[in-house]
Design a protein around this ligand. Structure first.
Ligand code: AMP
Length: 563
């Protein structure tokens, strides 16, 4: 268990270490280094400042799973703002629970309540859920929270934004007083601190300090991509590149192995580097890479430490790094020795805030681009093929080849022969159908269609549609054309924007000095009075300007053939 030594040093037991090894984790993330020992020891309430993508779930899940015994009662509750997060957290906790000793179930609106009731009655140790459904189950006396050891608020700032404060208070009122409370939040608005003071009494605050980091080494871009489309997107990037020679970063050694398997299946020359690879295989792989016998290294952060490789054409963050520092280390490898390199980060919709944070810390623009279309990739490859053929013709064909060509031409026409030769050399590489579909619009359309936002300014504040658009375009850097369906009421307004624009706007307008954001995700489409009660209109003071950067299309960086 040499690899998991750092987890062991945090105080985790052997069984948990074995599940971590199975999941392919190698070292704890910064927030885990802080939270795990704090939760394993003592009984202080904690506030952890961490975002999705930093490993925050495992940070609280691991010590809880380590400390809890089966008692027959529900011993821990995790409250989440959305059903997606509830499902994700429950899944992660179950996968971390050694031999599934402790049972974790998600409860959320939209799923059959009878099914959830049956699950709860059959025994459950940890419940992860959204406030509404939890209240429903508490009222029906199906859930009982009187023997809790841990009460966790996950994405607490989101819960406040979504107007769940009263719900949280109601749930807390039905819990035993001697539980330990944890609150995880990406930001620390006043509202969170107020809840903390009211319900947590004394607490310890844990946040990963971010150092000043800078990088201007490589061209940095990001693609919005769903998890399921990442592989296809990677293939297109490799195929489009003139001469791809790159490092692809994965989160775990299992992810790295899987990716290498998939790349090899598609005839790419890729090998993995991670903590489980022996020193001699590591050297072997590195030598093959340096000699350009393979052109793709798939690595975890741990394995990439101290790598001495230069002149990479690409560094690809197949998974967004868990800390800004690691982003800088990863991409610092491109563009060395005067050569231009490119750093590409894949981000899923849930990781958008993480990207903004990295961007802020690293203080460089990471540009949004679109994943190249299959047709574009084929066109670039065709153009290269023509170039290559002209080059060979210019150099003159060897005599024996000319002879074979003449013989072939006696039985078939030129077009068929050239076509057959191309198929023989390129198989389906030049066939658009060999690329699976990526719905490049999918994030905007599917994740949410449009997101409806509540703006705490209305007619009383002299607001007009024009003024709202000006305010938002100026502060959040989104395009006016993306702001739709503006509805203005007396003391507040609504707008609709695409998912990513919504993220950028929420991020900028969250910093009202009075602790309440000027713009929030709207709850349901409601009449003025209900919405006013739900959100409470408010005027903003001192929002920070933050430029998200524009969007461009991916430029062809060109490629020869699969390595
Ligand atoms: P979270 O911030 O909890 O949403 O976690 C983001 C992702 O990181 C999840 O897929 C986790 O499984 C993964 N993860 C959490 N901790 C680690 C770790 N120490 N090493 C590798 N992956 C991790």
């Amino acid at each position: 268990m040499e690899l998991l030594k750092e987890f062991e040093e945090l105080g985790l037991g052997e069984k948990i270490l074995r599940t971590l090894s199975k999941k392919g984790y190698e070292v704890p993330t910064p927030i885990q280094r802080l939270v795990i020992p704090a939760l394993l020891n003592g009984d202080k309430n904690l506030i952890g400042q961490a975002q999705t993508g930093t490993g925050k779930t495992a940070a609280y899940a691991l010590p809880i799973l380590e400390r809890l015994e089966q008692t027959g009662d529900i011993q821990a509750v995790v409250l989440t703002p959305t059903r997606e997060l509830a499902l994700q957290v429950a899944e992660e906790m179950n996968s971390l629970s050694p031999n599934r000793r402790l049972k974790v179930i998600p409860v959320y609106g939209g799923q059959s309540i009878e099914f959830q009731i049956r699950q709860i009655k059959s025994r459950v140790d940890i419940v992860v859920g959204t406030p509404g459904r939890i209240i429903d189950l508490l009222n029906r006396k199906i859930l009982k929270f009187d023997c809790l050891k841990f009460f966790i608020l996950d994405e607490a700032d989101e819960m406040l934004n979504m107007g769940f404060v009263e719900d949280i208070e109601l749930i807390l009122g039905k819990t035993n007083p001697d539980k330990r409370m944890l609150c995880f939040s990406a930001t620390m608005p006043q509202g969170i601190l107020k809840i903390a003071e009211k319900y947590m009494g004394s607490y310890e605050k844990l946040a990963v300090e971010s150092k000043e980091l800078t990088t201007d080494l490589a061209e940095q871009i990001y693609f919005e991509v769903h998890e399921r489309d990442k592989f296809e997107a990677l293939c297109r990037i490799i195929d489009l590149a003139e001469d791809f020679y790159g490092l692809v970063f994965c989160r775990t050694k299992n992810d790295a192995n899987d990716l290498v398997g998939k790349l090899n299946d598609r005839s790419y020359g890729a090998e993995a580097l991670h903590g489980d690879i022996t020193q001699s295989s590591r050297e072997h792989t590195l030598n093959r890479f340096k000699a350009r016998k393979i052109n793709i290294l798939v690595a975890t952060d741990v394995a990439a430490r101290g790598l001495d490789i230069n002149e990479l054409s690409h560094v690809i963050n197949y998974s967004i790094p868990q800390e800004a520092e690691s982003y800088v280390h990863r991409i610092g490898r491109t563009g060395r020795a005067g050569k231009e390199g490119i750093a590409i980060t894949f981000i899923t919709p849930q990781e958008y805030r993480r990207l903004l944070q990295i961007q802020r810390i690293v203080k460089t623009e990471i540009r949004r681009e679109s994943i190249p279309g299959a047709r574009d990739v084929i066109e670039v490859r065709k153009a290269r093929l023509t170039e290559e053929i002209n080059r060979i013709l210019d150099a003159g064909l060897p005599e024996n080849y000319e002879k074979i060509a003449e013989e072939l031409l006696q039985t078939n026409d030129a077009v068929s022969i050239v076509g057959a030769l191309l198929k023989n050399s390129y198989e389906d590489v030049l066939d658009e159908r060999s690329y699976a579909d990526i719905n490049t619009n999918s994030i905007h359309l599917e994740e949410s269609g449009k997101v409806r936002l509540f703006v705490g300014l209305g007619r009383k504040d002299d607001m007009t549609g024009r003024k709202i658009v000006d305010l938002i375009t100026e502060k959040a850097g989104v395009h006016a054309r993306d702001i739709k369906k503006i509805e203005i009421y007396d003391s507040f307004s609504f707008i609709s924007v695409p998912f990513l624009e919504a993220e950028a706007i929420l991020d900028v307008f969250k910093r009202d000095r009075r602790g309440r954001p000027l713009i929030q995700k709207a709850r349901e489409k409601t009449a003025e009075s209900t919405s006013a009660a739900a959100h409470g209109a408010r005027r903003s003071v001192g929002v920070n300007w933050h430029d998200k950067g524009g969007s461009r299309n991916f430029r062809a960086h060109g490629s020869k053939q699969r390595g």
